[in-house]
Design a protein around this ligand. Sequence first.
Ligand SMILES: Cc1ncc(COP(=O)(O)O)c(C=O)c1O
Length: 466
Amino acid sequence: MLPIRIAKTAATAGYSKTLARNGGKIASAVVMNKKVLINNTSYFRQQITHPDSAVPQKTLDTIERFNKYTLNTYSRPDIMFTHGKGSYIYDTADRKYLDFTAGIAVNALGHSDEEVANVLFEQAKKLVHCSNLYHNENTGLLAEALVTTTVEQGGFDASKVFLSNSGTESNEGALKFGRKWGKVVDPSGKKHKIVSFTNAFHGRSMGALSATYNPKYQKPFAPLIPGFNVGEFNNVEQVKSLIDDDTCAVIVEPIQGEGGVHPAKKEFLEALRKECDEHNALLIFDEIQCGLGRTGKLWAHQLYNEACRPDILTMAKPLANGIPIGAILITERVADVVKIGDHGTTFGGNPLATAVALSVFNRLSNPQFLNQVEKTGQVLKQGLEKIQTAHPQLVKEVRGNGMLIGMEFVKDPTPVVKMARERGLLVITAGSNTVRIVPSLTLTEAEAQEGLSKLQAAVQQFSEEQ
Ligand SMILES: Cc1ncc(COP(=O)(O)O)c(C=O)c1O
C-alpha cells in the first residue's frame, strides 16, 4: 500500500474532497470528522493499492510497440495481464486483482481451472479439428447434454443444437432460422420482419447489429439489414402492435446485460410468447450473457413461468470457460425447417472446443453448483444494497439475479471502474449509468465480501469527488 500524506485538511464538519500527494502523483483522499470516520473505516482500509501509474515502464513500452500493429477498437488501461487463478488475475507487476468481470461473464469456472486445462490438453493431443464434413464424438455428446439437461431441469422444450463459435455467430444463425421459418410458413417472402428491443445487445455483425438498436454502434455501418423493427423493452402494452403476420421472429434477452442489467418483466415475456403464437412467429431468447448458470438457474428463462419459453435459445460466453464456442438450441418444429446446406461454419463444434464445453457444461449445470451461485449472488446483492443505502444520492438501484448484477448510478459511473481497479478490483460498466458485476461463478462468499469492501471504497471516493 502506498503511503498517502494528506495535503490539505478540511476545517468543516463532515467530510470533504481534498488532494493528497504520493510520490509526485496526485491521488484523491478524504478528510472526515470522527463520526464519519467510524462509518467509513473500511474506506481507509481499502486505500489505493494498485495505482495504474505503477505499471512497469517495460510494460508501457511493450503496449506502445503492440499499438503500432493492433487495430485500436478498444479503449483500455495501460495494464497487461499475465496469468490468473480462480477469481484472481495478475498483471506484469505481479499485482493481484479480484476479477468481477470474468472476461465479460465468460470465465464461469474461474481462471486457469485445472479440469479445463486437463481436458484441453488431453483433447489437443487426440484431435483438434476435423471439420463438419465428418462426425466426431464430442460434438454429439455436447449436443445431447445441452438438450437433455435443458429439458430435465425445466427449461424450454429443446430438441436440437447447432454449434457455432461466438455469441454473435449464434445470433446470426438464430436470425437466419427465423427468416427460414418465415419463408416456409409464407413462401411469398412477406413474412420476414424481425423484432428486437431498445437497450438490447446481440452482437456486431450485420445481422446481429441490425437487431442491436444503438445508434452509436449502428450509424457508422448503415444501411443495415432491412426488415428489422425495434420495440421498447418491457413495454407490455406495445407488444401487440409490434408483432403481426409479417413477423418471422422476435429476439430478446430475458435479462439485458450490456444494456444495463435490466431483467425482463414476466408480463413482457408472456406477451411476446402470446403474440408470437398468435402470428406464428418464433421467439428467440438471447441467453449469451444471462444463461448457463449465471442467474443461479441453468437458463435465465427458468426464473419465469412456463408461459415464458422460447423456440430458440442462443448461448456462448462461458460454455467452454473462454475457449471460443457458441450454440443455438432449438425446438423440434424449428429444426424441421432447417435443412442440409442451410447453414454451416468451419470451426463450429470442433472436437477441441466441444470436449471442453461438455466438461464445463456438466459442471455449470450441476444443481449444487447452481444453488451456490444463487447464494453467493445474494451475498453480493445485499452488499451492493448496503452501498446503495450509504449513497442514496448517487446509487439509484441494484438489480439482477445470481451473479449478473447491476448497480445503477444517477450519473455515468465510468470513474468507479478505475477507482475499483486501483484498489485491486475489476468491474465493468453496462449501459450509460450502471456498474456491472459478473464474477466467476466459483466466487466464494469471502471473495464476494472482499470485492464489496473494495467497491464500497471506490464508490466512497466517487461520492467524495462529486
Ligand atoms: C446478450 C449478448 N448477446 C450477444 C453478444 C455477442 O457475443 P460475442 O461477443 O461472443 O460475439 C453478447 C456479448 O456481450 C451479449 O452479451
